[in-house]
Design a protein around this ligand. Structure first.
Ligand code: ADP
Ligand code: MG
Ligand code: MG
Length: 891
């Protein structure tokens, strides 16, 4: 016989916290608390297996369920000394849903079940309080009517409001028993007209109606949507808890409340919560009356903390708080009720908390000896650290939301709206705070993005140019806010009825994607001692190295400050856009006279050398991987008329000729076009110049600092061994020349990106010419899926929403496809050279789930944007702990 029903309370506890899958979170913890001697009203849990059986059998219950429920109910009756449906001594119960994980969309709890016209009189007699009995009855009808019978909640509110107005009562607690009796009749009338059936008066019918509603709600549209979004399988099912009622609405020595064992927003070790005297269930959250604080320490003048109003129950609650924390070893979120000064605990679970609180609680609990350092490392969600590193909106500040886009890069920023990178730079140079608003951004906007406090785009997704670049720079970004209409010509943006002109202020919240009107005050981040402590602990367990993707001195310095152990990707093309260089770059591309071209390239050399030297200085001997020029040349071409004229003049050509040359360079599919090492092979002078600049810079800084500098030259977009062999040979020749000129020697490394499927497959052959591999997972994802990330916005969200892909593969690595190629590349590369250094430098380098994968396949390091470095350090530590526990190596 299958056991469908598990009892808890009053000495018979058939469940345990570990049985969450079978009993749901609420039921498992009720049993666990009761087994540990905490005051839990007795009841029973109908298992999640009943839910599954119910749906497998065409919505029919297993045969023996009724008998098991009857037995369990009889036990509760016995321990309470009451009988379900007995007018002389009625037992009332609550019916509460509870899945494995807390799930909005499920049926709301029904309280006071078992009341009807007879039992309500019994309750009035036994409690000696008719007002309380009728108050409970009307609450029950209201809840049952809306939750189980589907009569909209506001209809009940309307009835009550009308009554209060007509009889001039203001407060619910002032309504008398007789008055409630009238309201109850009105409620029942409302139900029968609305639902077309009578309110059930037989307690057994009530009970099974409520149980059926809980199981039914598992498949309602709201729950289905929630499950899909959170990847919760429908097969899990929900449990139903039936529990004897305790009453917080029996008078002034009764109360109900919700509390946290520590402050969930700061993490402080202070009891935190709210309660209401003479109230029931959800009154506290429903906001009918203003709840009061728990502790005197938290009370302001005029408030009535529970510590003073109900000292006995409060003291008991303090005891429960420490029992629960010691037992669960985590901050708990507790629901309780006080009936005539006696405390009852109705729920406990690990409390939700802010990133700051998660950090503080983990560190404090490790110091208190409640958990180990490793537990503390596991406790803090790596991605939440992001919140701690950026300014946030002042939660107390008033705000008017204009619209919402994608939360593309975290933090909060306010500034004057500008619509061009040039304007952005000009205003920022004068010290103004600016927000760059573009339909979408391109490499030409990078200098403007750098100058801006934040970036807002109306098109593009989480991996659009704006999003990637802003994250890299640590700029706030809200992307793809489609309801905004930008008019560049007019210099305005319009959202609904609001039109905002250049120079007017807006505020972005990159953590939520919200866009606000005007300036909303922000709070600066502080890197607490706790943060540094956690990072130290993480560093002591992680195996993966963490480097940063950075090319500007600013970004490199940020990366070091956040603990990067080198640069894993410096994109040289970002250095080409500086206002003092772009002219030379354009001449280099457009000139057809070889001498002019050489001159332009030579002109770029000192700039590049300075750029590299400053990276080497900041990194002070840590490895610096520099990628040679990667994007197609036409990305650098002039667009505006003035720019065309400028280039034409410098080259002594006509604007027409320049325009024609630009047109000739255009490609149908530039992502798969003339870029990467293909450029280096067809225009070797460019790579030669870059290599020269790099080696010269290394020599300079090595002398300056008196310690070895480690340049790593990275060749992009390699598909074949021959490409790498040829490019490598050319680079080595140039290096030999430079070192001979300088009369010195230097250790350097030449490696390649693995970012094309062919390169991963041919990794054994490519490794013959590589000192290191760096997996370029952005391009590798594009090329493996054959999908352009710049164009994916129109269909990728559909894929994710409809379960065709579990997640956006540009955000979290696709283990089965792209990941399989990474794994293959690792295996084949190491086959050829066992100590080949292996890293990854795509966006995935800062994504905790992807980092777990890179740990599994045994990469040496990840490289991510500077602001993600702490996230990556923590995620790498968590991944190391997970791998260790998997191979059964006790840490
Ligand atoms: P939710 O999952 O929405 O929190 P619960 O099942 O926890 O729903 O019920 C909400 C509230 O109802 C509880 O916090 C508690 O105040 C009240 N409640 C539930 N069961 C009982 C009971 N047996 N006695 C008294 N109050 C109860
Ligand atoms: Mg609850
Ligand atoms: Mg690439």
């Amino acid at each position: 016989m299958t056991k469908w029903v598990y009892s808890f309370g009053d000495g018979l506890n058939e469940g345990r916290a570990e049985m969450r899958n079978l009993l749901g979170g609420k039921g498992a913890n009720l049993a666990e608390m009761a087994a540990n001697g905490l005051p839990v009203p007795p009841g029973f849990t109908i298992t999640t297996e009943v839910c599954s059986a119910f749906y497998e059998n065409g919505r029919k219950y297993p045969d023996d369920l009724r008998a098991q429920v009857a037995d369990a109910l009889a036990r509760v009756e016995k321990s309470m000394g009451l009988r379900f449906g007995d007018a002389a001594a009625p037992l009332l119960v609550s019916v509460r849903s509870g899945a494995r994980v807390s799930m909005p969309g499920m049926m709301d709890t029904v309280l006071n079940l078992g009341l009807n016209d007879e039992t309500v009189e019994g309750l009035a007699r036994s409690s000696g309080d008719a007002r309380f009995a009728w108050d409970s009855y009307r609450r029950f009808i209201q809840m049952y009517g809306s939750v189980v019978m589907g009569v909209p909640h506001h209809h009940f509110e309307d009835v009550l409001e009308q009554f209060k107005r007509a009889s001039k009562v203001e407060d619910d607690t002032a309504i008398t028993a007789e008055q409630w009796r009238t309201i109850v009749a009105d409620y029942r009338h409302l139900i029968s007209t609305h639902a077309g059936t009578e309110f059930p008066t037989d307690p057994q019918d009530q009970l099974w109606g409520a149980i059926g509603a809980v199981f039914g709600s598992w498949m309602n549209p709201r729950a289905n949507t929630y499950r899909r979004l959170h990847e919760i399988p429908a097969s899990w099912g929900t449990a139903v808890n039936v529990q004897s009622m305790v009453f917080g609405n029996m008078g002034e020595d009764c109360a109900t409340g919700v509390c946290f064992t520590r402050d969930p927003s700061t993490g402080e070790n202070i009891f935190y919560g709210e309660y209401l005297i003479n109230a029931q269930g959800e009154d506290v959250v429903a906001g009918i009356r203003t709840p009061q604080p728990m502790a005197c320490a938290r009370a302001e003048a005029g408030q009535h903390p529970m510590e003073t109003t109900l000292p006995q129950a409060y003291a008991e609650l303090m005891r429960v708080r420490s029992v629960l924390e010691t037992h669960y070893k985590d901050m708990q979120d507790i629901e309780f009720t006080v009936q005539r000064n006696v405390l009852y605990i109705l729920q406990t679970r690990s409390g939700k908390r802010t990133a700051a609180a998660a950090l503080k609680i983990a560190i404090d609990m490790a110091r208190e000896g409640l958990i180990t350092q490793e537990d503390a490392i596991r406790r803090v969600p790596a991605s939440s650290l992001d919140q701690l590193l950026h300014p946030t909106l002042d939660p107390k500040a008033e705000r008017v939301q204009l619209t919402r886009g994608l939360p593309a890069s975290p933090g909060a920023a306010a500034g004057a709206v500008v619509f061009s990178a040039e304007e952005c730079e000009a205003r920022a140079a004068k010290g103004e705070d600016v927000i760059l608003v573009r339909i979408e951004t391109s490499p030409e906007d990078v200098h403007g993005m750098h100058a801006a406090r934040g970036v807002l785009t109306t098109r593009g997704g989480m991996t659009s140019h704006a999003a990637v670049v802003a994250r890299g720079m640590g700029r706030v970004c809200v992307a793809g806010a489609g309801s905004i209409h930008v008019d560049y010509a007019a210099g305005t943006m319009t959202i609904g009825t609001h039109t905002i002109a250049q120079g007017e202020w807006i505020t972005l919240d990159g953590g939520t994607g919200a866009v606000y009107l005007g300036r909303v005050p922000t709070i600066a981040p502080t890197l607490s001692d706790d943060f540094n402590t956690l990072m130290g602990w993480a560093d002591s367990v992680r195996r993966l190295g963490v480097r940063a993707n950075a090319e500007t001195p600013d970004d490199a310095a940020t990366a070091r400050r956040f603990g990067a152990e080198g640069i894993g990707l410096a994109r040289t093309e970002h250095m080409f856009f500086g206002p003092d260089r772009i002219g030379l770059v354009r001449q280099m591309i457009i000139a057809d006279d070889e001498l002019v071209r050489q001159k332009a390239i030579a002109g770029l050399l000192p700039f590049q050398r300075d750029d590299f030297a400053s990276l080497f200085r900041i990194m002070a001997g840590l490895p610096v991987t520099v990628r040679l020029l990667d994007p197609p040349l036409h990305e650098f071409l002039p667009h505006a008329e003035a720019e065309m004229v400028e280039v034409a003049q410098a080259l002594g050509k006509s604007v027409e000729e320049v325009r024609a040359r630009c047109a000739a360079l255009a490609e149908t599919n530039p992502m798969l076009g003339h870029r990467g090492c293909r450029l280096g092979l067809t225009s070797p002078e460019i790579y030669a110049m870059q290599v020269r600049a790099l080696i010269q810079a290394a020599v300079i800084v090595e002398k300056e600092l008196g310690k070895p500098i480690r340049p790593e030259i990275m060749i992009p977009l390699v598909a074949t061994q021959a490409e790498l062999a040829t490019t490598r040979r050319a680079a080595e020749d140039e290096i030999a020349r430079v070192l001979k000129e300088e009369g010195t020697n230097l250790n350097y490394y030449i490696g390649t990106m693995i970012e094309l499927p062919r390169a991963a497959i041919q990794a054994d052959r490519i490794a013959e010419y590589a000192d290191f591999f760096s997996f370029g997972t952005n391009d590798l994802t594009q090329t493996t899926f054959g999908l352009s990330r710049d164009d994916a916005g129109s269909f990728l969200p559909y894929y994710v929403d409809n379960g065709l892909l579990p997640r956006d593969p540009f955000v979290s690595i696709d283990r089965d496809g792209v990941g399989a190629l990474v794994r293959l590349g690792v295996e084949r590369g190491r086959q050829t050279s066992p100590d080949l250094k292996l890293g990854i430098c795509g966006e995935h380098g800062g994504d905790p789930d992807s980092i777990a994968f890179f740990e599994e396949v045994g990469l040496d390091y990840v490289s991510c944007s500077p602001f993600r470095v702490p996230v990556a350090r923590l995620a790498a530590a968590q991944a190391a702990l997970a791998t260790r526990s998997k191979v059964g190596n006790p840490a």
